[in-house]
Design a protein around this ligand. Structure first.
Ligand code: GDP
Length: 256
């Protein structure tokens, strides 16, 4: 009411990596339900012209055919590890859709793959894999201890650099007239294993004492998504993982 925005980009969430989700499923469910309900309701009350809400590829069904497409979102149960987060986010999609159907609101949803980059949450316990591993590798080198990567390293992920996601969201805000959810992800061919990510990070720190701790969970093996719809809408060249990681690590070192 005070700011009177025309547009809302709804990124607020209680969010973290696999291990935060596993430890705090209930808390994450409740907080996100409240955040999402309030934001969407207020977008309606204050007559927002367009609201773009952020979902995640981790909320798709666990048991699916690959590559995953937008229309599969509600086709089955999400992975056990993060079902609190997933159902809260799936309801955000339903809530936006109901406003479109009932009030013709331009409330749409994007579905990004794993995100990384500057200004992330670098918590060792609760961060997502890239920021947690950057922090872990930094400390391992400093104290000359093994660089411990949780799980087997075999899971596959698509990673989008935060600058790319931000630029794409602005393009969607300005130019996308559709109502359909949009997966915002790097191409399938750029899918990469956690092991490869750990090796790249270790390479930037010039430290090769990597150990995989298989007492920890791997989470979902993969959640490969198809970005065809996005590519039909824009031709955007994504930052390659090496450049993105090197920018992120430089930022981390400068801001530690
Ligand atoms: P996800 O893609 O939703 O599963 O989220 P994450 O960004 O937390 O990535 C989880 C994957 O990275 C799993 O396969 C984990 O076993 C692996 N992993 C390895 N080390 C870490 C770590 O220190 N933190 C996190 N969050 N994941 C890790």
């Amino acid at each position: 009411n005070k700011i009177k925005p025309d547009y809302v980009i709804h990124l607020a969430a209680c969010v973290g990596g696999l291990f935060k989700n596993m430890n705090k499923n209930l808390e994450i469910f409740e907080i996100n339900l409240l955040i999402n309900f309030n934001v969407i309701k207020c977008c309606h009350l204050y007559k927002i012209k367009k609201c773009i809400s952020c979902l995640s590829t981790c909320i798709f069904p666990d048991n699916v055919t690959y590559p995953i497409k937008e229309n599969m979102l509600h086709n089955g149960k999400p992975h056990e590890s993060n079902y609190g987060y997933s159902y809260a986010k799936r309801l955000l999609e339903i809530h936006s859709r109901l406003y479109r159907e009932t009030h013709n609101s331009k409330f749409i949803c994007i579905i990004p793959c794993n995100i990384y980059g500057e200004n992330d949450n670098f918590s060792l316990e609760e961060g997502h894999v890239i920021p947690a591993l950057i922090h872990q590798c930094y400390l391992s080198k400093k104290f000359n201890k093994p660089f411990v990567v949780k799980g087997t390293g075999s899971p596959l992920r698509q990673f989008i650099y935060v600058e790319d996601l931000a630029n794409i969201i602005l393009l969607i805000l300005e130019k996308y007239e559709g109502n359909d959810d949009l997966i915002v992800a790097t191409p399938e061919k750029d899918e990469i294993s956690i092991k490869n990510i750990a090796e790249l990070i270790a390479h930037y720190f010039e430290y090769d004492n990597i150990k995989f701790d298989t007492n920890y969970s791997d989470g979902q093996y993969k959640k490969t998504v198809d970005n065809t719809k996005l590519r039909n809408f824009i031709d955007y060249k994504m930052t390659d993982i090496k450049t993105g990681l090197s920018n992120t690590i430089n930022w981390f070192k400068l801001n530690y």
